[in-house]
Structures are given as C-alpha cells and as structure tokens.
Design a protein around this ligand. Structure first.
Ligand code: NAP
Length: 537
C-alpha cells in the first residue's frame, strides 16, 4: 500500500494538531511532523505524537539538507532519540544518510531509538534514511541507495532531488521498482510532479502532499485535494495509463482538470498530468522517446500545445508513425496517441473542434458551409487550423491580419484545399461582408479585457442578427467582442466550445468512449469562474 502523507511544518502544538486533523479529514493516512522550527519542548512533541489522529513520521531537517533547523547537531539527535518514549510512538523518524554516516555517536543514538533486527528495546519506530539534493540529481545517487539498503537499522529508503526535466521521474520510478526495501523516491519542482502523483503506480511507500496551497514543505508538492480529486489518487494502480499536456509553460492548463474528470466519469483507468517540456525539438524528442520506452509507465498519449505542435509532426514522422492528413495539411498536430503495441499517431483535433462549434451554433451540417464567407482575424497557428477546416468545406476564408505579409503567406501555403483562402489587411475588416467572424488573436484576452478586434469600425454589411461571431479566447468566458456582438443580435460562440471539442476528440481517441462534453464544459467554466488565469490549452 502506498500512503498519502501530509507534511506539516510544526509552529506550535495547536496549529500542528489541527493540521493533522484536517489531513485525516481530507483522506491522508499518514502525517509528517516537520519539527525543524519546534525543537525546544520534547514533552510537547511527545504529546503531539500521542494525540495525532494518524500515524506519524517525525523529521527535523537541518539547513544543510534543505530544511530549517540551524541548531546543534547533538541536540537534534538527542531530541529525535527520545520521541519514542510516549504512550504512542512515531511510525517513523527520518534521519539524513549523510549525518548517519558521519558519526558513530549519531548512529548509536539513532539505532537505539528505532526498531531493527538487533534492537533489544521496545521501540517500534522505523528509521527512514534520507538524502535530498535541492540542486539536481545527486552524482552519488546509487551509492546512497546502496548504503541505505545495506544499513540494518534502515527500514525505509528515501531519496529526493530537484528534477531537471520530466526524464528524472523515470529514474525515480526505477529506484522504487528495484524494491531493495520500502522506498520513497521523489523529484521536486514542477517537472517532478509525475513522481509524486504516480508513486502509487510504482509501489512507493508513500507520497507527500500539502494541506493547502500555502503550506507545502518542498517545491512542487501538490495539495491533498489536488492529488486525490484532480490526479485520481484512489484510482491509480500499476496498470494505470498515463496521459498529459505537453507545452511550455503548462502550469495553468485546464486540460488536466477536464481529462481527469472525464476519466473518472468513464471509469477509465488513466491519469492525465501537466508535462512541461522546454521549447527546443531535442528536448521534445528526448523526453517523449524516454517516456514511451519506459514500458511500465504505460504512457499512452498527450495533448500537445505551444511551442511543440510542429515538433509533434516531425517526431512522429521520424519514428515512422502515422500523421493524419488534416494535421499534415495544417503542418501542426495537437494530439499524440500511442497504442499498446507502441505505434504512434499524430492528429489535429483543433480544426474540427472549431468547425463543429460553428455548425452546432448555426444548426447546419458541415457541408452546408459551402460557399459561405468566413472572416478569420489572425494568421497564427490557430487561424491556420481554422482556415483549413473551413476551406475543406469549400467556404471562402478571408484572413485579416495585422501583419499583412503573414496573411499572404498563410493563404499561399494553403492552396488546393477546396474553398478559397484570401489574405486581407486588418484595417479592411470594416469592409468585410461575411456571415461568420472568428477571432484567432489574443486581442481581448485576460488581462486586456477591454480590447476588441472589432471596435467602433464594425463591418458595414452583413453584421447583425444571423451573423456568427466566434471568439477562440476562453478567458474571459465572454470577451468584449462577444458582448458587443450579442448586443447587436449576432449568434455568439466562446472559446470554451472549441477547447472542449478538441479535448473531446482526444478523449475519444484515447479511451474509445464518447467524451462527456457537458462535464468538460462545466469543469472548465467552473475553473474559469473561480480563478483569473492566463489561458492555456
Ligand atoms: P499565434 O500563432 O501567436 O498568432 C497570434 C495572431 O494574433 C497573429 O496573427 C498576430 O498577428 C495576432 N495578434 C497578436 N496580437 C495582436 C494585436 N495586438 N493586434 C492585432 N493582431 C494581433 O497564436 P495562436 O496559437 O494562433 O493563438 C491565437 C489565439 O487563439 C490565442 O490568443 C488564444 O486565445 C486562442 N486559442 C484558443 C484555443 C481554444 O481551444 N479555444 C486554443 C489555443 C489558442 P501578427 O501576425 O501581426 O503578429
């Protein structure tokens, strides 16, 4: 069994006791009392341990190992050595390997306080020998593990280091899987989140979580709520398939919230994580290759966002996988699917998402778009996917862009698709006469919510009841463009529709089930209503 342990920095007894009660209520099954800043009163600590609602680990981490304790080493050891003397003993004390190896006296004292094959006393407390590197992977990682494994008094091996990239998680999984002894192997920082969330998949002794956003005791530690509700802790097992959103940055992405909610509803054995990968192709290739090669990870797919959409096509082509025709035409893909036999496929679900969002709002079929005029504002990546979608249905797409040359380049690169793609200057938007307007720029996005791509100079012809205005922005939910268009009687569509539809198509590819679109809409709308975020896909 892998425990969910809440780490609590002890400031005073009342605060630590109430945090432990909250941890138990939230579903943790272990607490760690970090006593780095509370070392003056051994009796009070013994009381804290006796009254803890959950079994506990006690840790007094010195500053030289990334903690807060800056007192005498002998006092620290003496304090740890007496904590098992109460009516109830700590389940574990955590002690640093470096300190344990440094002095005979430290070893003797710690050995007297913990249970091990040579123990003659009555202590039941187990010893966690630990090693932490706050700067990166320690060069002597495997020597540390061997030393811990070879120490008779050591019941649990704990190793933690600052992740340099997503690849470091794989080494943590390997260390856990070797099972010399019960093991905790964690990577810290944003890139280390998979090691925390997937600790249970690999059979670690425990993972650590924080009671709330402000009380984490290590970089990258999720909250109990996040690990249980967002990352599906209770459902994760050795067979759980792993998915993620690849981008840089991805910290604010809403994709984990909707896909994990969908997996839950469909009772699908999967978990979906943020996967930050720095921009260069080499990072993308090295990370994805290593995650695919790790067979016990069961990495089965990813949503791919900026700046890696082109990298995904290149990678899948290089390894001989399938790039679907639409993604190839657009030159960018947002979905990676990996089958059980290791075959890779890249596809683009953005394009159809925009198309079906518009057809649904107009209550028409996609083929009924033939001959209609569509004004696209913007000529970036999203505009390109949307232009291809409508041109394939033989609509006429006019691309209005601030940088006219970019509109020309986009039109010239997409010929022979079906409908015409025509470049135009952004200032000519007022002369347009289209039935559908689609904003593919960030104009109006949080925090610049007062901006709009169509202001005082609204198109003179065609604008009004029956005109469709679609803003791909979803933060805010209703942009100034949409508010004004609605006031003019237009049919309006917000960016959530495109976002949930591209996610729904990914969900169907990965799970073989129809996506719960309403749940996706609700999840994203709730998140956006609750928080002011910076928009990420
Ligand atoms: P991109 O490749 O960077 O393209 C941005 C486009 O916006 C360019 O054409 C740029 O014009 C134009 N632009 C930017 N700032 C402007 C300004 N102040 N005035 C006039 N034009 C401006 O970005 P992208 O990936 O296509 O994304 C575009 C938007 O799509 C995002 O902002 C986001 O809101 C939305 N989006 C929605 C979803 C969804 O699922 N709903 C997903 C992803 C993105 P220049 O060529 O002149 O620079």
């Amino acid at each position: 069994m892998t425990h969910l342990a809440v780490s609590i920095m002890v400031h005073d007894l009342a605060q630590a006791s109430s945090a432990a009660i909250r941890a138990a209520e939230q579903g943790a099954d272990l607490v760690e009392f970090r006593i780095d800043r509370f070392t003056q009163d051994a009796d009070a600590l013994i009381k804290l341990i006796e009254n803890s609602p959950l079994p506990c680990i006690v840790t007094c981490r010195p500053q030289w190992e990334g903690g807060d304790y800056d007192g005498e080493e002998q006092s620290r050891i003496a304090l740890l050595a007496q904590l098992h003397q109460g009516l109830r003993q700590p389940a574990y004390i955590d002690f640093e390997l470096a300190a344990y190896q440094q002095s005979d006296q430290a070893r003797r004292k710690i050995n007297q306080a913990v249970d091990h094959p040579g123990q003659v006393g009555t202590t039941t407390t187990g010893l966690i020998l630990s090693s932490h590197d706050m700067d990166g992977r320690p060069v002597d990682l495997y020597q540390c593990i061997e030393a811990m494994a070879a120490t008779r008094a050591c019941r649990v091996i704990k190793i933690a280091w600052m992740a340099r990239s997503l690849r470091d998680n794989l080494e943590a999984f390997e260390i856990i899987s070797q099972r010399h002894k019960p093991t905790i192997a964690l990577c810290m920082g944003e890139a280390g989140l998979p090691s925390r969330v997937l600790a249970k998949k690999f059979g670690a002794l425990l993972t650590f979580a924080a009671i709330d956003e402000n009380s984490g005791t290590a970089p990258g530690q999720p909250t109990v709520q996040q690990i249980k509700n967002l990352y599906r802790w209770d459902a994760v097992d050795a067979e759980t398939r792993v998915y993620g959103v690849i981008g840089w940055p991805v910290g604010h992405s809403l994709s984990p919230a909707i896909h994990n909610a969908g997996f839950d509803q469909a009772a699908f054995n999967g978990v979906y994580l943020p996967m930050p990968i720095p921009p260069a192709y080499e990072h993308f290739k090295a990370t994805i290759s290593s995650w695919i090669d790790a067979s016990t990870l069961h990495f089965r797919g990813a949503s791919v966002t900026l700046p890696h959409k082109e990298n995904l096509i290149r990678f899948v082509e290089e390894v001989g996988g399938q790039v679907d025709a639409l993604a190839a035409q657009i030159g960018a893909a947002n979905t990676l699917t990996i089958t059980e036999d290791g075959t890779l496929a890249a596809s683009n679900t953005d394009s159809d998402a925009a198309l079906t969002a518009v057809c649904h709002a107009m209550n028409i079929t996609t083929s009924q778009l033939e001959g209609r005029r569509v004004a696209l504002i913007g000529a970036g990546g999203v505009a390109r996917a949307v232009a291809v979608a409508f041109a394939r249905q033989k609509a006429t797409v006019v691309v209005y862009n601030r940088t006219y040359d970019r509109a020309i380049a986009l039109a010239n690169s997409l010929t022979g698709i079906g409908g015409k793609i025509v470049p135009a200057k952004l200032e000519k938007l007022c002369d347009s006469c289209c039935q559908i307007y689609i904003n593919c720029t960030p104009i109006g996005m949080h925090p610049n919510t007062n901006a709009t791509p169509i202001g005082a100079t609204k198109p003179t012809k065609g604008w009004g009841p029956g005109t469709v205005v679609f803003d791909t922005i979803y933060n805010p939910l209703s942009t100034r463009l949409l508010q004004e268009a609605q006031a003019d009687g237009c049919i309006v569509i917000n960016g959530v529709e495109m976002f949930v539809r591209q996610a729904a198509a990914q969900f169907a590819l990965w799970t073989g089930c129809e996506a719960p679109l309403d749940l996706f809409r609700r999840t994203i709308t709730d998140h956006l209503t609750d928080t002011q975020i910076n928009g990420a896909g």
